[in-house]
Design a protein around this ligand. Structure first.
Ligand SMILES: C[S@@+](CC[C@H](N)C(=O)[O-])C[C@H]1O[C@@H](n2cnc3c(N)ncnc32)[C@H](O)[C@@H]1O
Length: 323
C-alpha cells in the first residue's frame, strides 16, 4: 500500500505590502539601509545556493561536515520523536542530514521565500514518508503562531536555526529572536543553532566577496528586485558590492556603493546618492562560543553542548529550555 504524504503549506504573506514601505523608509534614513530578508526572491535564492558552493564560503561546507560528524551525537541528545521547527529553512539540504539521524515525527520549515519553501518542503514530504511536513511562509522576526499539527504527538519541540543566519540580526534582535524561539520550543524543548565564529578578518571578507563575483551578484540582485517588483529605476552599473569587517561590532557588513552621483525613483519618490555613499544591505555577526552562550542564557535558555570543527571556524550550539 502506498504511504500517505502528510504535507501542508501555510502562507502568512510575510512581505505582502511591507516591501515597498520598508524600502522607502530604509532609503530615506540618514544612512541608507535595506533589510537582508528581501534578498530572497527566486533569483536571490538561486544565488544563495551558488554562494554555498564557493571555495571561499566556508560556513555551509563546515556546518554540513559537522552535521555528518556529530549528527548521531546531537540526535541522542535531542531524543526521538520530536517536532523539528526550522527557521530560515532555505533549500533544506543540510536539514536532511539531521532528519536522517533524528527521525522527528513532524517537520515545520519556516521561510520568507514562498516558492523555494513550497518546493523544498514538498520534496521533504516525498523523501520521508510518515513525516508530517507543515511548511509556514512567514517572517520569523514577527510574532508567529504556528499552525496546529492535528494528530501529531511529538515528544518535544526542537527549534533548528542553521546557516549562521542568526548573525544577520543585531545582538539585541538576536536576543529577542531567541526569547521567541524559547517560547515556541516550550518548557522541556530545545534549540540547535549554527553560529559562525570570530576569525581572521581576511578570511571573513573573502567569504563575503568571492573571486567569481557571485556574492556581488547576490547583493546587486536586491536592487534588481526593487526594479522588478516596485518599478524603480536603479542603474545596477552605478553600484558596486563591498564587504568589510567591523572589528568593534564583530560583524561583516555588506554594502552597495554608489559609483557616481545619481538619482533613483521608486513609486513616485526620488532618492539622491552621492558618489561613494553606500546602502548597508546586511550584517553578519560573528560570536565566540562564550559570547553566544551568554546571549542564549540572557534569553532564558540553558546552554547544554557546543560542537566546533577542528579549524574552529563554526559552532553548533545545543540549548535547552528549562522544564
Ligand atoms: C542564509 S540563508 C540560510 C539557508 C539555510 N538555512 C542554510 O543554512 O543554508 C537564510 C534563509 O532564511 C530566510 N530568511 C531570511 N530572513 C527571513 C525572515 N525574516 N523570515 C523568514 N525567513 C527568512 C531566507 O529566505 C533564506 O532561505
Amino acid at each position: 500500500m502506498a504511504s500517505t504524504v502528510a504535507f501542508s503549506f501555510h502562507d502568512l504573506g510575510p512581505d505582502r505590502g511591507s516591501f515597498l514601505e520598508d524600502v522607502l523608509a530604509g532609503l530615506a534614513s540618514e544612512r541608507k539601509v535595506l533589510q537582508p530578508k528581501y534578498f530572497y526572491d527566486e533569483a536571490g535564492c538561486a544565488l544563495f545556493e551558488a554562494i554555498c558552493e564557493l571555495p571561499e564560503y566556508y560556513p555551509t561546507r563546515t556546518e554540513t561536515a559537522m552535521m555528518r560528524e556529530f549528527g548521531a551525537e546531537i540526535a541522542r541528545e535531542l531524543g526521538a520523536g520530536c517536532a523539528l521547527i526550522e527557521y530560515g529553512s532555505g533549500s533544506g539540504r543540510k536539514t536532511r542530514i539531521l532528519i536522517d539521524v533524528l527521525a522527528p515525527v513532524a517537520y515545520l520549515p519556516i521561510d520568507i521565500a514562498a516558492a523555494q519553501l513550497r518546493a523544498a518542503a514538498a520534496a521533504m514530504a516525498g523523501a520521508y514518508p510518515g513525516l508530517a511536513v507543515c511548511a509556514v511562509c512567514a517572517d520569523y522576526c514577527r510574532p508567529l503562531v504556528l499552525p496546529e499539527m492535528n494528530g501529531v504527538n511529538a515528544a518535544r519541540r526542537v527549534v533548528y536555526f542553521p546557516g549562521s543566519t542568526i548573525g544577520n540580526l543585531t545582538p539585541d534582535e538576536a536576543g529577542a529572536f531567541l526569547e521567541n524561539a524559547r517560547v515556541v520550543a516550550g518548557a522541556g524543548g530545545a534549540m540547535l543553532v549554527g553560529v559562525d565564529l570570530k576569525k581572521d578578518p581576511a578570511r571573513l571578507v573573502a567569504a563575503y566577496d568571492d573571486a567569481q563575483g557571485v556574492t556581488a551578484r547576490f547583493n546587486l540582485n536586491l536592487l534588481a528586485r526593487i526594479n522588478r517588483e516596485l518599478g524603480a529605476d536603479f542603474d545596477l552599473a552605478g553600484f558596486r558590492h563591498e564587504a568589510r569587517y567591523d572589528a568593534a561590532h564583530g560583524r561583516i557588513e555588506m554594502h552597495l556603493v554608489a559609483g557616481r552621483d545619481q538619482r533613483v525613483s521608486i513609486a513616485g519618490r526620488e532618492f539622491d546618492f552621492r558618489a561613494g555613499e553606500t546602502i548597508h544591505t546586511e550584517n553578519s555577526y560573528k560570536y565566540s562560543v562564550a559570547e553566544f552562550q551568554a546571549l542564549a542564557r540572557a534569553a532564558g535558555f540553558a546552554p547544554a553542548r557546543c560542537w566546533t570543527d577542528a579549524g574552529e571556524l563554526f559552532a553548533v550550539h545545543l540549548l535547552h529550555v528549562p522544564g
